[in-house]
Design a protein around this ligand. Structure first.
Ligand SMILES: [Zn+2]
Length: 384
């Protein structure tokens, strides 16, 4: 899957991207350019050409902001500053941006009612209840109508699929309309922040990033959980403290207002750890036989922690549906989704918009009723 950097290979993909653009196949054009960017040597001619072609694709797609960032990247990577074609496109782009203000996706996908004060990603009528029959579950204390958007949840603990190497951010799974930044590990990122966080997670080592994408799926997930959780907590001791403080806590026990990004991630980790795992089906044995783990008491902690999160994923994880296929393109662990029960006759649909889960009501729900999703069918809106 990983190929060494090669300008020759990159040129082929860059050429392919230009051809796809001529055919109007923007998604495939962007994918080919992303491959070219991953293979091109930094500072090479083909790298700046690829950014220039990507700016042309976004121009045709009327994604003018993305077009401008790619023109800038082309120049940063050595494209002649006085290139007429590029400068004309830049001017045209700025003019069109002034004329038609861009459509904001998240102005369309937004909560239909005032948000819960402490949990701003859900509406305020949602409450958590617990009883013997349903365990922890979510009800609404106000009537809801079909079409209402009642929650938009984003995860910080996710699983990346190698199938989306050129179409999603390695760190947060955002597709960003395929406007992704290449890296020396040949994975791509949606932003400099994600780039930095991912490299911190993997101790700045490309081979560890590649390791996390090879081997079977369980091993990939285990490595991801270990590196992600340690990066969130900051150290082994802090992680242990977080896990110990998690007993029985759900996202409803927290107030997310004014929290820093690190604090939010810690809360998500704590609430995930307190979910009920599936019974072990050989995960622990597999873990100890395939991964190199630290010795001493840390070993026991890591074995039980990673096993637990894998089992929680098996029970409560959400798979990101693939483009045009049923094969998942990654997975997410979401503390709010995990509290919503399954029904084959659900009243909520979960749709993925980029890397966020949007909950939409599909039939009238009366105050006091429980909300249900069908775990087996989720939908994705392709933004590409
Ligand atoms: Zn990202």
């Amino acid at each position: 899957m990983f190929r060494a950097k090669s300008n020759e290979q990159a040129s082929k993909f860059c050429q392919e991207g230009s051809e796809m653009l001529k055919e109007g196949n923007f998604y495939e054009a962007l994918k080919a350019i992303n491959k070219s960017l991953c293979l091109a040597e930094p500072g090479s001619l083909v790298m700046c050409e690829s950014f220039a072609v990507r700016s042309e694709i976004y121009f045709e797609m009327r994604e003018y902001q993305n077009c401008l960032t790619n023109i800038e990247a082309a120049k940063e990577h050595g494209f002649e500053k006085d290139n007429k074609g590029l400068n004309d496109r830049e001017m045209e782009c700025k003019k069109l941006m002034d004329e038609n203000k861009e459509s904001d996706l998240w102005a369309f996908f937004k909560l239909s009612y005032p948000a819960n004060e402490k949990l701003p990603f859900i509406i305020k009528s949602l409450e958590m209840k617990e009883d013997e029959k349903f365990g922890k579950h979510i009800i609404t204390n106000e009537d809801l109508m079909a079409g209402d958007v009642i929650a938009i949840e984003e995860s910080c603990l996710n699983f990346f699929s190698p199938k989306t190497l050129f179409t999603k951010c390695f760190n947060c799974l955002k597709s960003n309309l395929l406007d992704l930044i290449p890296s020396s590990a040949s994975v791509m990122f949606c932003s400099k922040e994600c780039f930095k966080f991912a490299y911190k997670k993997f101790n700045c080592r490309n081979e560890l990033i590649r390791d996390s994408l090879s081997g079977n799926e369980i091993k990939q997930k285990m490595l991801r959980i270990m590196s992600e959780s340690l990066a969130i907590a900051g150290s082994y001791n802090e992680l242990q403290k977080l896990v110990e403080s998690s007993k029985g806590k759900t996202i409803f026990d927290f107030d997310l207002r004014g929290k820093t990004d690190k604090e939010l991630k810690e809360i998500i980790l704590v609430t995930l750890c307190s979910l009920m795992p599936k019974t072990d089906c050989g995960v622990e044995g597999y873990l100890t036989s395939t991964m190199s783990l630290p010795d001493g008491p840390r070993r026991n902690f890591f074995v039980s922690f990673i096993t637990r999160l894998i089992l929680i994923y098996m029970r409560n994880g959400t798979k990101l549906p693939g483009k045009g296929t049923n094969l998942p393109e990654g997975g997410l662990l979401l503390p709010f989704v995990a509290l919503v029960n399954h029904s084959c006759d659900p009243n909520i649909y979960v749709t993925f918009v980029d890397n966020k889960c949007v909950f939409t009501v599909i039939r009238r729900i009366i105050a006091g009723e429980q909300i249900f999703v069908n775990y087996r069918s989720t939908f994705k809106i392709n933004l590409n």
